[in-house]
Ligand binder design. Sequence first.
Ligand code: DER
Length: 236
Amino acid sequence: LTQDELKRIAAYKAVDFVKSGMVLGLGTGSTARHAVDRIGELLRQGKLENIVGIPTSEKTEEQALSLGIPLSDLDAHPVVDLSIDGADEVDPYLNLVKGRGGSLLREKMIEGASKEFVVIVDESKMVRHIGGSRMALPVEIVPFCWRFTAGKLREVMEGYGGCEAKLRLGGEKGEAFVTDNGNYIVDMYLEKDMGDLRSVSDEILRLPGVVEHGMFLDMASTVIIAGELGVRIKNK
Ligand code: DER
Protein backbone atom coordinates (compact mmCIF):
# COMPACT_ATOMS: atom_id res chain seq x y z
CA LEU A 1 0.00 0.00 0.00
CA THR A 2 1.38 3.45 -0.85
CA GLN A 3 1.51 6.17 1.80
CA ASP A 4 -1.33 7.97 0.05
CA GLU A 5 -3.48 4.83 0.11
CA LEU A 6 -2.83 4.53 3.86
CA LYS A 7 -3.83 8.19 4.28
CA ARG A 8 -7.05 7.54 2.38
CA ILE A 9 -7.85 4.47 4.49
CA ALA A 10 -7.41 6.46 7.71
CA ALA A 11 -9.47 9.33 6.31
CA TYR A 12 -12.39 7.14 5.22
CA LYS A 13 -12.40 5.44 8.62
CA ALA A 14 -12.69 8.83 10.32
CA VAL A 15 -15.66 9.79 8.14
CA ASP A 16 -17.51 6.79 9.64
CA PHE A 17 -17.73 9.01 12.77
CA VAL A 18 -19.68 11.67 10.86
CA LYS A 19 -23.44 11.78 11.44
CA SER A 20 -26.03 13.78 9.48
CA GLY A 21 -26.68 17.20 10.97
CA MET A 22 -23.14 17.64 12.30
CA VAL A 23 -21.05 20.80 12.19
CA LEU A 24 -17.67 19.53 10.98
CA GLY A 25 -14.18 21.02 11.18
CA LEU A 26 -12.56 20.23 7.82
CA GLY A 27 -8.79 19.75 8.11
CA THR A 28 -5.98 20.73 5.78
CA GLY A 29 -3.28 18.63 4.12
CA SER A 30 -2.96 15.54 1.96
CA THR A 31 -4.64 13.22 4.48
CA ALA A 32 -7.54 15.54 5.39
CA ARG A 33 -8.12 16.08 1.67
CA HIS A 34 -9.29 12.46 1.42
CA ALA A 35 -11.72 12.97 4.32
CA VAL A 36 -13.21 16.06 2.69
CA ASP A 37 -13.55 14.18 -0.61
CA ARG A 38 -15.32 11.33 1.19
CA ILE A 39 -17.74 13.69 2.96
CA GLY A 40 -18.58 15.28 -0.39
CA GLU A 41 -19.17 11.85 -1.91
CA LEU A 42 -21.52 10.73 0.90
CA LEU A 43 -23.45 14.00 0.66
CA ARG A 44 -23.84 13.49 -3.08
CA GLN A 45 -25.03 9.91 -2.52
CA GLY A 46 -27.56 11.14 0.06
CA LYS A 47 -25.90 8.99 2.74
CA LEU A 48 -25.16 12.16 4.73
CA GLU A 49 -27.44 15.20 5.08
CA ASN A 50 -27.46 18.63 6.70
CA ILE A 51 -23.70 18.82 7.14
CA VAL A 52 -22.07 22.21 7.75
CA GLY A 53 -18.31 22.37 7.12
CA ILE A 54 -15.93 24.79 8.87
CA PRO A 55 -12.78 24.85 6.70
CA THR A 56 -9.36 25.20 8.39
CA SER A 57 -7.76 26.90 5.38
CA GLU A 58 -8.54 28.70 2.13
CA LYS A 59 -7.32 25.59 0.33
CA THR A 60 -9.82 23.35 2.14
CA GLU A 61 -12.53 25.96 1.60
CA GLU A 62 -11.91 25.75 -2.16
CA GLN A 63 -11.98 21.94 -2.10
CA ALA A 64 -15.19 21.87 -0.05
CA LEU A 65 -16.86 24.43 -2.31
CA SER A 66 -15.98 22.37 -5.38
CA LEU A 67 -17.64 19.36 -3.68
CA GLY A 68 -20.80 21.30 -2.81
CA ILE A 69 -20.27 20.94 0.95
CA PRO A 70 -22.25 23.72 2.71
CA LEU A 71 -19.77 25.95 4.57
CA SER A 72 -19.88 28.28 7.55
CA ASP A 73 -17.45 29.60 10.16
CA LEU A 74 -16.71 29.73 13.90
CA ASP A 75 -18.61 33.01 14.31
CA ALA A 76 -21.81 31.22 13.28
CA HIS A 77 -20.85 27.94 14.99
CA PRO A 78 -18.62 28.55 18.05
CA VAL A 79 -19.00 24.86 19.00
CA VAL A 80 -18.03 22.26 16.39
CA ASP A 81 -19.29 18.67 16.71
CA LEU A 82 -16.34 16.90 15.12
CA SER A 83 -13.09 17.92 13.44
CA ILE A 84 -11.08 15.59 11.24
CA ASP A 85 -7.47 16.53 10.39
CA GLY A 86 -4.03 15.15 9.73
CA ALA A 87 -0.88 15.65 11.77
CA ASP A 88 2.86 15.72 11.16
CA GLU A 89 3.74 13.89 14.38
CA VAL A 90 1.70 12.03 17.04
CA ASP A 91 3.21 10.96 20.38
CA PRO A 92 1.87 8.17 22.65
CA TYR A 93 -0.22 10.73 24.59
CA LEU A 94 -1.86 11.99 21.39
CA ASN A 95 0.08 15.26 21.50
CA LEU A 96 0.59 16.48 17.96
CA VAL A 97 2.83 18.56 15.80
CA LYS A 98 0.86 20.21 13.02
CA GLY A 99 1.35 23.10 10.67
CA ARG A 100 3.83 21.91 8.09
CA GLY A 101 1.11 22.92 5.61
CA GLY A 102 0.98 26.37 7.17
CA SER A 103 -2.62 26.23 8.44
CA LEU A 104 -1.94 25.72 12.14
CA LEU A 105 -3.73 28.83 13.46
CA ARG A 106 -7.14 28.20 11.93
CA GLU A 107 -6.75 24.46 12.61
CA LYS A 108 -6.02 25.09 16.29
CA MET A 109 -8.95 27.53 16.62
CA ILE A 110 -11.44 25.15 14.97
CA GLU A 111 -10.11 21.94 16.52
CA GLY A 112 -9.95 23.66 19.91
CA ALA A 113 -13.66 24.49 19.54
CA SER A 114 -14.56 20.88 18.68
CA LYS A 115 -16.29 18.39 20.96
CA GLU A 116 -14.38 15.60 19.19
CA PHE A 117 -11.10 15.93 17.28
CA VAL A 118 -10.18 12.85 15.24
CA VAL A 119 -6.63 12.82 13.87
CA ILE A 120 -5.90 10.75 10.76
CA VAL A 121 -2.39 9.57 9.98
CA ASP A 122 -0.39 6.92 8.21
CA GLU A 123 1.89 5.08 10.61
CA SER A 124 4.96 7.13 9.59
CA LYS A 125 3.65 10.02 11.72
CA MET A 126 3.88 8.12 15.04
CA VAL A 127 6.84 9.27 17.22
CA ARG A 128 8.06 8.72 20.78
CA HIS A 129 8.50 12.44 21.43
CA ILE A 130 7.07 15.28 19.35
CA GLY A 131 9.54 17.84 18.03
CA GLY A 132 12.41 15.41 18.29
CA SER A 133 12.44 14.10 14.75
CA ARG A 134 14.57 16.93 13.34
CA MET A 135 11.42 17.96 11.44
CA ALA A 136 10.10 21.46 11.83
CA LEU A 137 8.02 22.74 14.70
CA PRO A 138 6.16 25.62 13.01
CA VAL A 139 5.44 28.90 14.81
CA GLU A 140 3.16 31.54 13.23
CA ILE A 141 4.48 35.06 13.91
CA VAL A 142 3.59 38.58 12.81
CA PRO A 143 5.68 39.86 9.89
CA PHE A 144 6.66 43.03 11.79
CA CYS A 145 10.35 42.66 12.83
CA TRP A 146 10.26 38.91 12.28
CA ARG A 147 14.04 38.65 12.81
CA PHE A 148 13.54 40.04 16.34
CA THR A 149 10.84 37.45 17.10
CA ALA A 150 12.88 34.60 15.57
CA GLY A 151 15.76 35.64 17.83
CA LYS A 152 13.48 35.58 20.88
CA LEU A 153 12.28 32.09 19.88
CA ARG A 154 15.90 30.89 19.71
CA GLU A 155 16.49 32.40 23.16
CA VAL A 156 13.47 30.61 24.64
CA MET A 157 14.54 27.31 23.12
CA GLU A 158 18.07 27.67 24.59
CA GLY A 159 16.43 26.43 27.77
CA TYR A 160 15.12 23.34 26.00
CA GLY A 161 18.13 22.04 24.18
CA GLY A 162 18.42 24.79 21.57
CA CYS A 163 17.04 25.08 18.05
CA GLU A 164 17.60 26.55 14.63
CA ALA A 165 14.79 28.99 13.70
CA LYS A 166 14.27 29.51 9.97
CA LEU A 167 11.78 31.77 8.19
CA ARG A 168 9.59 29.62 5.92
CA LEU A 169 9.92 30.71 2.31
CA GLY A 170 7.20 30.38 -0.35
CA GLY A 171 6.81 31.31 -4.00
CA GLU A 172 9.37 31.05 -6.75
CA LYS A 173 11.20 34.28 -5.90
CA GLY A 174 12.07 32.81 -2.49
CA GLU A 175 10.11 35.43 -0.57
CA ALA A 176 8.55 34.69 2.82
CA PHE A 177 5.61 32.25 2.93
CA VAL A 178 2.47 34.13 4.00
CA THR A 179 -0.30 32.30 5.87
CA ASP A 180 -4.05 32.68 5.22
CA ASN A 181 -3.96 35.17 8.07
CA GLY A 182 -1.22 37.36 6.53
CA ASN A 183 1.45 36.15 8.96
CA TYR A 184 4.87 34.49 8.60
CA ILE A 185 5.99 31.08 9.81
CA VAL A 186 9.26 30.35 11.58
CA ASP A 187 10.19 26.67 11.47
CA MET A 188 12.09 25.59 14.57
CA TYR A 189 14.46 22.61 14.21
CA LEU A 190 15.04 21.29 17.71
CA GLU A 191 18.33 19.79 18.83
CA LYS A 192 16.75 17.25 21.17
CA ASP A 193 13.58 16.20 22.93
CA MET A 194 12.02 19.31 24.48
CA GLY A 195 10.99 17.68 27.74
CA ASP A 196 8.15 19.62 29.38
CA LEU A 197 5.98 20.48 26.39
CA ARG A 198 3.50 22.57 28.37
CA SER A 199 6.18 24.93 29.65
CA VAL A 200 7.74 25.22 26.16
CA SER A 201 4.29 26.06 24.81
CA ASP A 202 3.62 28.69 27.47
CA GLU A 203 7.02 30.37 26.99
CA ILE A 204 6.63 30.49 23.20
CA LEU A 205 3.11 31.93 23.43
CA ARG A 206 4.25 34.65 25.85
CA LEU A 207 6.47 36.21 23.17
CA PRO A 208 4.59 39.31 21.88
CA GLY A 209 5.31 38.69 18.16
CA VAL A 210 4.14 35.08 18.30
CA VAL A 211 0.61 34.28 17.13
CA GLU A 212 0.50 30.48 17.66
CA HIS A 213 2.69 27.35 17.46
CA GLY A 214 2.19 23.89 15.96
CA MET A 215 2.11 21.82 19.14
CA PHE A 216 -1.46 20.59 19.73
CA LEU A 217 -1.23 19.39 23.32
CA ASP A 218 -4.04 17.34 24.86
CA MET A 219 -6.43 18.30 22.05
CA ALA A 220 -6.97 15.12 20.03
CA SER A 221 -9.66 12.75 21.30
CA THR A 222 -8.90 9.94 18.83
CA VAL A 223 -6.14 9.06 16.39
CA ILE A 224 -6.72 6.70 13.47
CA ILE A 225 -3.46 5.12 12.31
CA ALA A 226 -3.35 3.30 8.97
CA GLY A 227 -0.43 0.91 8.57
CA GLU A 228 0.64 -2.04 6.47
CA LEU A 229 -0.97 -4.39 9.00
CA GLY A 230 -4.30 -2.55 9.06
CA VAL A 231 -5.99 0.35 10.83
CA ARG A 232 -5.64 1.08 14.56
CA ILE A 233 -7.88 3.46 16.51
CA LYS A 234 -6.40 4.98 19.67
CA ASN A 235 -8.56 7.02 22.04
CA LYS A 236 -7.35 9.60 24.56
O1 DER B 1 -0.21 21.38 8.08
C1 DER B 1 -1.01 20.70 8.74
O2 DER B 1 -1.40 20.99 9.88
C2 DER B 1 -1.43 19.36 8.17
O3 DER B 1 -2.65 18.94 8.72
C3 DER B 1 -0.33 18.38 8.53
O4 DER B 1 -0.25 18.36 9.93
C4 DER B 1 -0.58 17.00 7.98
O5 DER B 1 -0.45 17.09 6.59
P1 DER B 1 -0.43 15.76 5.70
O6 DER B 1 -1.73 15.06 5.96
O7 DER B 1 -0.31 16.28 4.30
O8 DER B 1 0.77 14.96 6.14
